[in-house]
Design a protein around this ligand. Structure first.
Ligand SMILES: O=C(O)CCC(=O)C(=O)O
Ligand SMILES: [Fe+2]
Length: 970
């Protein structure tokens, strides 16, 4: 039996937000006294942006459920919706998979949004057996349980008021995932919604990236031919930043405008940041975030970068990418609301979308279907062959109602749609789809101002109050100019208050049709695209290792990819632990028969009643992890024992623990790494133990020379020089070759790229980058090279490019969240990190991470101090930030970021203050070579190991005089 109660999953404000959405867009529910609102309802009524907070909340609950029940990465959403129960509603004993058509429901969760006692009376949730035996609804509280008979439950009748919940069902069967259905719908609906925003400045769509593998790294030039209806992460990222690649003047114009605006600042930008007062800085930042449009709008999107960390902007959380995605949706939803004058509340951005605004009338509900009785109109549809909503049986089934099971019209046996009225009348006619039915209904409401009756007398003159549904459907509405059978404009008009009608094909019948349209659109656009960039998708496919048999842009792929993605993820194992355990279940309880880690079977058959050790694999950045053992074959009947790492030496002996405990992230889970080193620090990639210092500035001139340093022998040697003299260049090592790119020399800035082959001691010129830049960061990640940020001496960039050595080609990838000049970049655990630097206005303590498997940048914790011209290196699976300039001082401080704990900690400082030097890891030690210390060049080398701390290395070389060199280790 699996059940759990979580507290404070949603904040009171978030609960209110969801209640508002339900009240604005709820439709008559599946049973009397019930009103519900699903993402599909919102989309069908052209209120797609309101889906975003809903998904945000749902993802949070899903993550808790997955974590608690050992189903990490295994669950799909089968249903999500806001549900209101009014006085009189109740549900008897049942379990949530108690019908043939509900078998796919494996886990249930109900998040309560309002308060028993205050908002309603009655409505206590009860389990028939076991503990806890009841759950009292309280805002933010979640009850979660496996959906089988073991969790038979009921809800007491509501005796007063209205009880509102967010209800969720999860399935482990990807075939029943609603996400795959939602994706194309949300994608196109958001696109429409945002494109109809006043001023047209936010045309970007940010549909639900169910799978980050779908599309990213699409060239900006290709946007014009690939975007309209499909998601790409780079574009989304632009959207979050507020620039609009599809705006009339194009993306470059937008960026150019921003850059021009910043030129003056940048010119003053040396290491010492120009004094700007906070207000000025804030204003500029906002202007940037919204592409210079409306500064007030930027506010909401700046939250992630508020110095005090307030707000929920784009921030990385310990929970990982899922949260992040949802935060983005949320932001887009907020942006949409703001743009449309919906609830711009006073005070903090968090006050957005709050009921205060509703009460004060600032909010205009998007429809007139607010749930204040009597409900104006509503519709419930089913798949044609499901039982009547009013049957007793169904009312016991509760949320396993035909409305939900038959939610997709495409599933209907004969394609028909039925409308149900509260009085029990069922109206059947030739509706083509549920959208069509909705459209007709909305039309009535708009034309006549009241709910039509299915059986009333025929219309006389259009002013008749009792409309006959059938005659209107057959003959059209009296207002002939908008016949209800045409398009979805009525719903659109009603919901969007005069905005342009949705343009949807007349024959739109189902999700399949939507998917078909998307495909056709893409095909058509591709054909007419004169830039011929679409073929880049081929590179993309190779780059992603995308399976050949799954089309990149076929919406159906999502379903398949749900699985493929999971498989791929499982192969990215980050660590292997050896755990010792002892089975103490001897006696009455059956012996351990299988052992699972993070929902994955690690030891299928286990010697009975034994102790032993086992290997568990933990995926990247897993902060919580758990091992559990089962006593039987059937997960439902077997008893489950869970335990977790307690200290550095082993794990606690198994004992029955319920609910399953979570790993405490403060406890270092390392028990020992086995097999191939799970982390590949530079140590394992440096067979020669040689440091190359390339170019730089020696106090007098730019350098093209290259010195090789072998710390093991303390030997310096000059090797073949580069073709160009360059300082402020970046470098990376890939395939045993050293790549150097960008920088400046006799020309202001370079886009050129050179590669050093150690075997022939020679340099080759390669394809140029797209942007000339210096003070950029460089790193190799998963077989590609990244050029990160920098400056062309006029502007400072967030832009990132990726070099594919197989194609000898640079591709644009999503830009960073911050612009960075003289920041640092490093690869760790197959992700690219960018940190520190100068953004044109201030020196930065910030860090962000780009995992190519995800395709977007996320914020990671900031360093303890601002650092420009810092050095970074990965040492002992930690990312070290060394030295740099904080605006006042050149620093000797060093700190290290531990990705599992997701925190920075201070490391003993170097003896010398250093900026613009070179830090490398070689022979299991961290070195800092050269750089400047403010006044004098720091012509020395320091070496660090945790055991010995920092020590000067007695060495002498001109190389130590280099500042801003590129550095690499072979
Ligand atoms: O709202 C609740 O607390 C639970 C509802 C329920 O059991 C159901 O809809 O199946
Ligand atoms: Fe239930």
């Amino acid at each position: 039996m699996q059940r759990a109660v979580f507290e404070d999953v949603l904040s009171p404000a978030e609960c209110q937000e969801l209640i508002f959405i339900l009240k604005s867009c709820g439709v008559i529910g599946y049973r009397p006294h019930v009103i519900s609102c699903t993402p599909q309802d919102l989309i069908a009524s052209n209120s797609a942006p309101l889906v975003l907070p809903l998904l945000n909340a749902a993802a949070r609950v899903q993550q808790l459920v997955e974590g608690r029940f050992g189903k990490e990465c295994e669950l799909f959403t089968e249903f999500v919706g806001l549900i209101s129960w009014k006085t009189g509603a109740s549900i008897g004993w049942h379990h949530d998979s108690n019908r043939e058509y509900l078998r796919q429901r494996h886990y249930s969760a109900v998040c309560y949004l309002n308060d028993q006692g205050t908002d309603f009376a009655g409505g206590t949730f009860r389990f028939r057996d076991g503990q806890p035996d009841s759950v009292v609804p309280l805002p933010g509280r979640v009850v979660a349980y496996s959906s089988g008979e073991e969790n038979t439950h009921s809800v007491d009748p509501i005796t007063r008021g209205e009880r509102i919940t967010l209800a969720l069902w999860f399935t482990t069967d990807p075939d029943h995932s609603k996400d795959g259905v939602l994706l194309p719908q949300l994608q196109s609906a958001l696109q429409r919604a945002l494109s109809s925003a006043p001023g047209g400045s936010f045309k970007v769509a940010a549909p639900y990236p169910i799978d980050p593998f779908d599309t990213f790294f699409v060239e900006p030039e290709a946007w014009s031919c690939t975007t309209d209806l499909h998601f790409n992460a780079s574009k989304e990222s632009e959207g979050v930043l507020g620039t609009d690649p599809d705006a009339e003047n194009g993306r470059d114009a937008v960026l150019q405008k921003e850059r021009t605006g910043r030129n003056a600042l940048v010119k003053r930008s040396r290491l010492g940041s120009p004094p700007t007062d906070d207000a000025e800085r804030g204003r500029k930042k906002r202007a940037r975030l919204v592409g210079g449009a409306d500064t007030s709008l930027g506010h909401a999107f700046e939250r992630g970068s508020e110095p005090d960390g307030s707000g929920g902007g784009v921030q990385i959380s310990a929970q990982g990418e899922k949260d992040l995605r949802c935060e983005r949706f949320r932001e887009l939803g907020l942006r949409f609301a703001l743009e449309n004058g919906l609830g711009r509340a006073e005070g903090s951005p968090d006050a957005l979308l709050r009921p205060k605004a509703v009460q004060s009338g600032e909010w205009r509900p998007l429809g007139n279907f607010a749930t204040e009785a009597p409900v104006a109109a509503g519709v419930s549809w089913d798949a044609g062959n499901a039982p009547d909503v009013k049957t007793a049986e169904n009312s016991v089934v509760g949320n396993g109602s035909p409305r939900r099971s038959g939610y997709r019209p495409s599933e209907a046996a004969d394609g028909s749609v039925r409308l149900h009225w509260l009085d029990g009348t069922v109206f059947e006619t030739e509706f083509r789809s549920k959208m069509h039915a909705l459209q007709v209904l909305y039309h009535f409401v708009e034309c006549v101002g009241e709910t039509p009756s299915p059986t009333a007398a025929p219309l006389q003159d259009g002013k008749t109050t009792a409309l006959n549904m059938k005659s209107v459907v057959d003959e059209g509405c009296p207002c002939k100019d908008r016949p209800p059978t045409k398009n979805l404009e009525i719903a659109s008009l009603l919901r969007m208050r005069g905005r342009e009608a949705m343009q949807m094909p007349d024959d739109l019948r189902s999700e399949e049709a939507i998917c078909w349209n998307i495909r056709e659109h893409r095909r058509g656009s591709k054909k007419s695209c004169d830039k011929q960039r679409c073929s880049d998708h081929c590179d993309l496919r190779t780059f992603l290792g995308w399976p050949k048999d799954i089309p990149l842009h076929d919406p159906q792929s999502f379903k398949k990819l749900g699985m493929v993605h999971k498989d791929i993820r499982e192969t990215f194992v980050d660590a292997v632990y050896e755990l010792e355990y002892q089975d103490v279940s001897a006696g009455p309880s059956p012996p351990v028969s299988s052992i699972w880690c993070l929902g994955k079977l690690v030891e299928p058959v286990h010697p009975a009643s034994a102790g032993g050790s086992l290997h568990v694999e933990v995926p990247p950045r897993t902060l919580r992890w758990r091992v559990s053992a089962r006593s039987g074959v059937d997960p439902d009947t077997s008893s489950s024992v869970s335990w977790w790492a307690k200290d550095g030496t082993g794990i606690e002996a198994p004992r029955l623990v319920f609910p399953v405990g979570e790993h405490d992230p403060q406890v270092q889970p390392h028990v020992g790494c086995l097999g191939t080193p799970p982390f590949h620090g530079p140590q394992s990639l440096t067979p020669f133990g040689e440091v190359y210092l390339m170019g730089g500035w020696n106090g007098t001139r730019w350098l093209g020379s290259v010195d090789r340093y072998r710390p093991s022998r303390n030997e310096w040697e000059e090797v073949a020089p580069m073709w160009a003299e360059r300082y402020h260049a970046a470098s990376a090592v890939l395939g045993g070759m050293v790549y150097v790119f960008g920088g400046r020399g006799c020309q202001l800035c370079y886009d050129t790229v050179e590669r050093y082959d150690r075997a022939s001691n020679s340099w080759a010129n390669l394809s140029k980058m797209k942007i000339k830049r210096r003070g950029l960061g460089g790193a190799a990640v998963q077989g590609k090279i990244y050029a990160v940020g920098g400056s062309d001496s006029f502007s400072i960039f967030a832009d990132v490019e990726m070099y594919d050595p197989a194609a000898d080609k640079w591709l644009s990838v999503p830009p960073m969240l911050d612009e960075r000049f003289c920041g640092a970049a490093a690869e760790m655990h197959s992700s690219l990190y960018a940190l520190g630097g100068f953004d044109g206005q201030q020196l930065l303590p910030t860090m962000e991470r780009f995992d190519p498997r995800e395709g977007y940048w996320v914020r990671a914790p900031s360093m303890s101090t601002k650092r420009g011209s810092l050095s970074a290196a990965v040492y002992n699976n930690n990312l070290f930030a060394l030295g740099g300039f904080d605006g006042d001082l050149v620093l000797n401080s060093v700190e290290s970021y531990e990705p599992r704990m997701n925190t920075w900690k201070l490391v003993p400082p170097m003896h010398t203050q250093r900026a613009s030097g070179a830090s490398v890891v070689v022979d299991n030690a961290l070195y800092f070579i050269g750089g400047v210390d403010g006044e004098l060049d720091a012509e020395s080398v320091e070496r660090y190991t945790p055991e010995a701390g920092w020590q000067f290395v007695t060495t002498r070389s001109n190389s130590c005089k280099r500042s801003c060199p590129a550095v690499a280790v072979l």
